[in-house]
Each structure stands twice: as structure tokens, then as C-alpha cells.
Design a protein. Structure first.
Length: 354
């Protein structure tokens, strides 16, 4: 074969590679495909809840599956520690960072620093209030609040008093869940009084405030916990007050939680709580790593449906968010208030496979 023919074949191969790369779009690449393993820094936001401990367990599992090398830290819900941990990642030569900043405003300068150094960032569970990231991997947190509202409002027949144990309002998750719950109640169930109690995602604070509220308002008939951090304290208070009774009993207090941890699914089965929203701890780990690896490899994504059952939306200029499925889980899996639910023992729930 002559030299010109060889050059022609080489050019064809290069063009084919470019076309294939451009065609990736929102499709998953095969795990671990191509090149040496990139070094990725993953900061765990906390390790004091079953949900985040599950996430921590899944990260190395999917890191191996996707063919990446990991450096990990734990900021323990402290923004100063997260900023320091990111500095450590940079000194270690990471090519990308996955984080879950709980203070979604204060992380902006750190994101700018990483952008200047061309280190892509993927945030999971939370979305920064400002600044650019390659991808946000979370679920529709406003839907969490709306689903909880529809469940409680329907079960209470549109009348009564409920307590909302809010997460941290310095986090977009806390704000989304709180605002959506309140807006839904005002619009669809104006006969229900909502007592919002700020907890800063702390279980002991949640328990103290619920105890105080139920002392001053003993006729509370519903509790919305914005995270499973409040689960054990809430159940303990209800038990002390003799309120752990079946839904058919007029004394029953309807409980909706968020996270979908195994303990919540067990509690639904046993009638201790009535519903939860299943946040996908496994998929947070998988797609956090997947997207940061894709960023390192120069891939791009657009708004629209994905091939893993979610939808990417553009939340503002330069920021895309992959909104993963987070179903409402109940005892019987029936539709409540027009909202579909999943039965507690459904094997598609990560909490049943943890």
C-alpha cells in the first residue's frame, strides 16, 4: 500500500473517532473505557447518617467499576473543612472533584478557584447557589416537599396540625423541600396548620424541637422529616407519648421521611412511619464519578432525557443538573393525592439492596 493510501486511512480513523465522541451526548460510555485511570478527589459531606454512610460505601465500588483512582476526604458538614480538603486534593494532583457542599452559598469562591485551574467539579445531592460546575447530580428536591404535602394532606383529610422538621436553610435542599411543602399546603390544604422547625440537619435539635412543639400542641397529627437524621428521635418521642398506633387509630400521627434508608423501609413495614422519599445513594455515587470522568475526558452533555431514566435540565447558564428518580415509598404502593408511590419492598429501591 502506498504512502498516500496510508495517510488516507489514518485521516479516516481520526474523523471516525471525532464523530463517535460527538455522538456520546447523554449516553453512558462503557465503564472504565479508554486511557489510564484518572485521579479524582471525592469529599464525603458527613458520616453521621445511614444515608451518607451508604453513599460512602458505594463510591469505591463504582470507582472500581468506572476505572478511576480515588482520593477521599470527609468534611463532616463543615464548609471550612471542605475548602481545606479541596486544597489538599489540588496538592495531590487530582484531575476532577466530586463534592456535596452543605452550605451551598459559601462554596462559590472554591468553585471559582477550581475553574481557574481547569479542574472540573461535579456536585452530588446539592447545587451551589452560584458558580459553575460540570454537572449537578441530585433529585428534584421540590418534588420531595410536594409529595410529602400531598401525602399528609390527603391522609389528614385537609385538616389538622403538622410539624415540618426542616433541614439546613443554608442548603438549597433544605430550602427546596421547605418552600415546596409550605406552598403546597397553602394552595391545596389551607385547613392544615404547619409548624416549621429549623434543625440544621441535626437529629438532637430535631428531637428537642419536636418534643417542645408536641408539648405545646398535643394534637399534632403529622410530621414531615426532611431527612432520616430525625428518624430515631421522632420515633422515640412518639413511643414515649403512646402514639405509635396503627393508622386506623385516631391517635395515629402520620410520618413522612426522606432518604429511603433500609431502616425507613423496615419502619414502613412495621407501621412506625407511613412514607419516605427514596434518594438514590447508589446512583449519586455512580453518576457523580461518571460525570467527572466524562468531564476529564472532554465529553459534553445537553439538557434532555438520559439513558438511565432521568432528565438533565439547565438550571442556569453553565450549570446542568441530572435529576435522578426519587420515588415516594409507602406500605401498599398505591397512588396518594394523585401521586404514584412505590411499595416498600420493591427491589428497585436501593435501600432493599444495601
Amino acid at each position: 500500500m502506498n504512502r498516500n493510501a496510508l495517510l488516507g486511512l489514518g485521516l479516516t480513523a481520526v474523523l471516525s473517532t471525532v464523530v463517535l465522541t460527538a455522538a456520546c451526548g447523554n449516553k453512558d460510555a462503557s465503564p472504565g473505557a479508554g486511557g489510564s485511570a484518572p485521579l479524582i478527589g471525592v469529599d464525603y459531606p458527613r458520616s453521621d447518617t445511614d444515608f451518607w454512610n451508604s453513599y460512602i460505601k458505594y463510591v469505591p465500588q463504582f470507582g472500581k467499576e468506572l476505572g478511576v483512582e480515588l482520593k477521599t476526604t470527609n468534611s463532616q458538614n463543615d464548609i471550612a473543612s471542605l475548602i481545606s480538603n479541596v486544597q489538599t486534593f489540588q496538592s495531590q494532583g487530582v484531575k476532577g472533584v466530586v463534592m456535596a457542599p452543605q452550605d451551598t452559598a459559601a462554596i462559590a469562591p472554591t468553585l471559582q478557584q477550581l475553574a481557574t485551574k481547569k479542574i472540573p467539579v461535579v456536585t452530588i445531592d446539592t447545587r451551589p447557589d452560584s458558580g459553575k460546575v460540570f454537572m449537578v447530580v441530585r433529585a428534584d428536591n421540590r418534588a420531595y416537599g410536594t409529595n410529602a404535602c400531598q401525602f399528609l394532606g390527603t391522609k389528614l383529610g385537609g385538616h389538622g396540625k403538622v410539624v415540618m422538621l426542616e433541614g439546613g436553610l443554608d442548603s438549597i435542599n433544605g430550602r427546596d423541600r421547605t418552600e415546596a411543602f409550605e406552598e403546597c399546603m397553602k394552595k391545596d390544604f389551607p385547613g392544615i396548620t404547619v409548624f416549621g422547625e429549623a434543625t440544621d440537619w441535626k437529629g438532637d435539635v430535631a428531637a428537642t424541637k419536636l418534643q417542645t412543639r408536641m408539648t405545646s400542641d398535643p394534637d399534632i397529627k403529622g410530621v414531615y422529616m426532611e431527612s432520616s437524621f430525625a428518624l430515631s428521635g421522632t420515633l422515640q418521642i412518639l413511643k414515649q407519648r403512646g402514639l405509635q398506633v396503627p393508622p386506623s387509630d385516631p391517635k395515629h400521627v402520620f410520618i413522612v421521611s426522606n432518604d429511603g434508608i433500609p431502616e425507613e423501609l423496615k419502619d414502613i413495614k412495621e407501621g412506625l412511619i407511613d412514607a419516605t422519599v427514596s434518594q438514590p445513594a447508589d446512583l449519586f455515587a455512580k453518576y457523580g464519578l461518571y460525570y467527572v470522568k466524562a468531564a476529564i475526558e472532554g465529553k459534553t452533555f445537553q439538557a434532555g432525557p438520559t439513558d438511565h431514566g432521568s432528565t438533565i435540565i439547565q438550571v442556569r447558564d453553565g450549570v446542568l443538573e441530572d435529576q435522578l428518580a426519587a420515588p415516594l415509598v409507602t406500605l401498599d404502593g398505591v397512588t396518594i393525592g394523585g401521586r404514584p408511590t412505590v411499595k416498600f419492598d420493591d427491589r428497585s429501591l436501593w435501600g432493599n439492596n444495601a
